[in-house]
Structures are given as C-alpha cells and as structure tokens.
Design a protein around this ligand. Structure first.
Ligand SMILES: Cc1cc2nc3c(=O)[nH]c(=O)nc-3n(C[C@H](O)[C@H](O)[C@H](O)COP(=O)(O)OP(=O)(O)OC[C@H]3O[C@@H](n4cnc5c(N)ncnc54)[C@H](O)[C@@H]3O)c2cc1C
Length: 394
C-alpha cells in the first residue's frame, strides 16, 4: 500500500514527535513510522532535565500546559566531593534555570498533541527501510503492525530513529564521517519511590566512583552510580545499591542523610560520545540521537534533540511552504555547531566527575572541581552550558 505525505518521520521519540507537531503547526503534513508500540515508547525511562530554551519551546508550541503545572524548576545543582558540598546558582550566574520533567511526560504530551491533530502514525512497524534519499522522490518501506507491507512516499525524510535506527546508514559511507569515544565506565540507573533527599540535583565525586541524586517528581527519585561497562546488574541487589549510594552521596556533607525507598527500575547505561556528519544528505535529514550521542552527565541528550528539531522544523517550513532552500542547505553545519559545544560540555563534566585513570588524575579532578565552585568565571562557564544555550546558538 502506498501513502503520500510531505515529510516521512522515522522514529516517534521526542525528536520525531516534536518535529511532527511543529510541522503540523505550520500546516505541513507528516507521517510517523515507529518500531515500538506507543505504550512502550511512553514508558521508556530516560532523560529528566529540561533546559530553559526547551521549556520555552514546548510552551510556545502549545504542549507545555502539564509541564508548567507539574515540573520542578531548579535554580542550579550541587557539586560535591568528600567533606564538601557546594551549590551553583545558574540563575545568578547565567540568568537561566532548568526544569525537572521526565522524558516519559514530554513523550506523553507530544503523543496527545499528535492524536488531537489527527496526524497519522504507524507504531510497531518492522523492516523499516529508506530508499532514494539522494533523489527528488525518496520513500520509506516497512511492514505495519498487521503484517501488511507499506510504502510511504515523501518530499523529505526525517531520520529521528535514535542511535540504532536505519536512517544514519542511508547516508553513503563515502560522504559520512563519525567521531566516537567509549568511556571506561557506565551508569547504573535506579528509579525509586522515595521523596528526594535534596531540593536540587547532587553530582558527587567519590573515590569509589561517581554518584548522582536526581529526581522525577516530589515522590520519585532517580539515582546513578558509576559502574563498569560490563557490569552484571544481577550482582546489584537493592541493598547493595542503597549502600553504595549512601556511602558516595553522604560523604559530601556531614550530617546529611539519604532517604531510601522501593526501587522500581534498574538498568545499566553505556557512556558514549558519538557524532556523525553530515546531518543532511539529499532529502534525508537526521535529528537527535540518530546523529549524535552524549554521555548523560551534562543532561544534554534530550535537549540537543529538541534544538535540532527546532532548527529542522524552521528549515523544512521555509523549503516546503516558502520554496526557500537556504536553511535546509545550512541545517547540518548550523546544528553541528551546537552539537559539538554540547559534546564538549558532556565530555568535560564526565571526565571531571568519574573516577578513572590513576591518583594523579584524581587530584586534577579535585582541583578542577574546587576551581569550578570558587572562581565565578569557571562557575559561569558550567552554568551557561548546563542551563543551555539559546535555541538559535551558532
Ligand atoms: C537508557 C537511556 C537513558 C538515558 N538517560 C538520559 C538522561 O538521564 N539524561 C539525558 O539527558 N539523556 C538521557 N538519555 C538520552 C536521551 O534520552 C536521548 O538523547 C533522547 O531520547 C533523544 O531523543 P530522540 O528522539 O533523538 O531518540 P530516541 O528517544 O532514541 O527515539 C528514537 C525512536 O526511534 C525508534 N526507532 C529505532 N529504530 C527504528 C526503526 N528501525 N524504525 C522505526 N523507528 C525506530 C525508537 O524506538 C525510538 O522511539 C538516555 C538515553 C538512553 C538510551
């Protein structure tokens, strides 16, 4: 069966869903093709920190009502190491705050907007393949959830299918470059039914390894522990998780106590930096994790996907509605400037906070942490990058 649309969007994660919504607001028709079921995508526990410009964009696009009511605004973060905990106030340093609102909730809000708009989406699609992206008549073929072969013909394909999707591979090897760094550690992420023991996130350097106290709501906390990349999660009982978190997090401030609760989710997240270029080839445009991955230490992954999409929606609108290809031509170069800035910041935070290398490296990390909390210039650099660059940053 053949369907015709203006933009075929592969992947209904935050990037794909937001692009579909922004194009709809401009009167541009699109169809979403997603490998998983809608309920699976909604339940995927991932990012939780939104930059100020992400929040502004979601509100301006009419999908920020629940976000405004339910998110928790944070002025900054705590940085700590044994014996010391310091607060960095982003509002004072950079004039911007961040908001705690789970990726699960962003996804639900965007899916509801898509349903209300009556936009077409194929969930549980298999054998998704891109064709003829270098020509004027690109298409996507797949098998739908009822087992029927489908063909989607479009003017443009948006590859929003994450790190493992097929879009990136549709750009010929001869024109594609990749840069990659694997880190010698991973995160054990834990979701727990317990009120946060802190008002804002704690990033903790510790001789046993990094730990982080994050949160998703006033009743749900999120924690991370630095572990080995090949860590066997079966070896981490709930008791072992709480003991390690307590040791690493309580070390920063004598007398401060970590509250514990029922653990509802546990997973090991690999840590990787990855960038592929170009982000556009012919009529295929990549956005979000399809083009780049950052380690989660800087809370950038979801925000970077949103920034790509803001740029791409503007470029496609100018092209498909106005006939101007200028923004589409410059999309890859413009998006990559922000991607590399966020890639550097995520690498820097990761390198400063994770125990790796030898004791000499550890002393360098502690020196960098002290500098960051005592010198306003250093603190401002962290604050500006963490709270997020403007959407149009170049
Ligand atoms: C386990 C995990 C934890 C994370 N935690 C954090 C965090 O704490 N903080 C942070 O800032 N970032 C985090 N991230 C990163 C953040 O979640 C991503 O940057 C963000 O989801 C990017 O959005 P996206 O839409 O580009 O990609 P995705 O959310 O990956 O969406 C891509 C979509 O494409 C679909 N897809 C894949 N293959 C196909 C196919 N063949 N056909 C059709 N559809 C396909 C996928 O099912 C998915 O729905 C985490 C990522 C992961 C994987």
């Amino acid at each position: 069966m053949a369907t015709r649309t203006r933009v075929a969007i592969i992947g209904a994660g935050p990037a794909g869903l937001l692009l579909a919504h922004l194009l709809h607001l401009e009167g541009i028709d699109s169809v979403l093709v997603e490998r998983q079921s809608a309920s699976y995508v909604q339940a995927r526990i991932r990012a939780g920190i939104l930059e100020a410009s992400t929040v502004d964009l979601l509100k301006q696009a009419g999908v920020g009502t629940r976000l405004a009511a339910e998110s928790m605004e944070h002025r900054g973060i705590y940085l700590q190491w044994p014996g010391e905990r310091h607060h960095l106030d982003f509002v004072k340093l950079a004039g911007r705050s961040v908001s705690v609102y789970g990726q699960t909730e962003v996804t639900k809000d965007l899916m509801r907007a898509r349903e209300e708009a009556g936009g077409q989406a194929f969930y549980e699609a298999s054998e998704v393949e891109l064709h003829d992206v270098g020509t004027d008549r690109p298409s996507v073929t797949f098998v739908d959830s009822d087992g029927r072969p489908q063909r989607l013909e479009a003017e443009v394909i948006a590859g929003c299918d994450g790190f493992h999707g097929p879009s990136r591979g549709a750009i010929p090897d001869a024109v594609r470059d990749t840069w990659e760094r694997e880190y010698p550690f991973a995160w054990l992420g834990v979701l727990a039914e317990v009120a946060p023991s802190t008002d804002e996130l704690i990033y903790a350097w510790h001789p046993d390894g990094f730990a982080m106290h994050s949160m998703r709501s006033p009743r749900v906390s999120r924690f991370y522990l630095q572990v080995r990349p090949d860590e066997d999660i079966a070896e981490w009982s709930d008791d072992r998780v709480w003991t390690a978190l307590t040791t690493r997090l309580e070390a920063g401030e004598p007398g401060w106590r970590l509250e514990t609760g029922r653990i509802t989710e546990k997973s090991v997240l690999p840590m990787r930096s990855f960038v592929t270029t170009p982000m556009r080839h012919g009529r295929l445009f990549l956005a979000g994790d399809a083009a780049h991955i950052v380690p989660p230490t800087g809370a950038k992954g979801l925000n970077l996907a949103v920034a790509d999409v803001a740029l791409l929606a503007r470029a496609l609108t100018a092209w498909l509605s106005g006939g101007s290809t200028e923004l589409a031509e410059s999309y890859s170069d413009t998006a990559l400037r922000r991607v590399w800035r966020c890639t550097h910041f995520s690498w820097w935070m990761t390198t400063m906070l994770h125990r790796h290398g030898d004791d000499f490296d550890a002393q360098l990390q502690l020196s960098q942490l002290r500098r960051t909390v005592t010198a306003e210039a250093a603190a401002t650099e962290l604050a500006e990058n963490y709270a997020g660059l403007p959407i149009g940053y170049q």
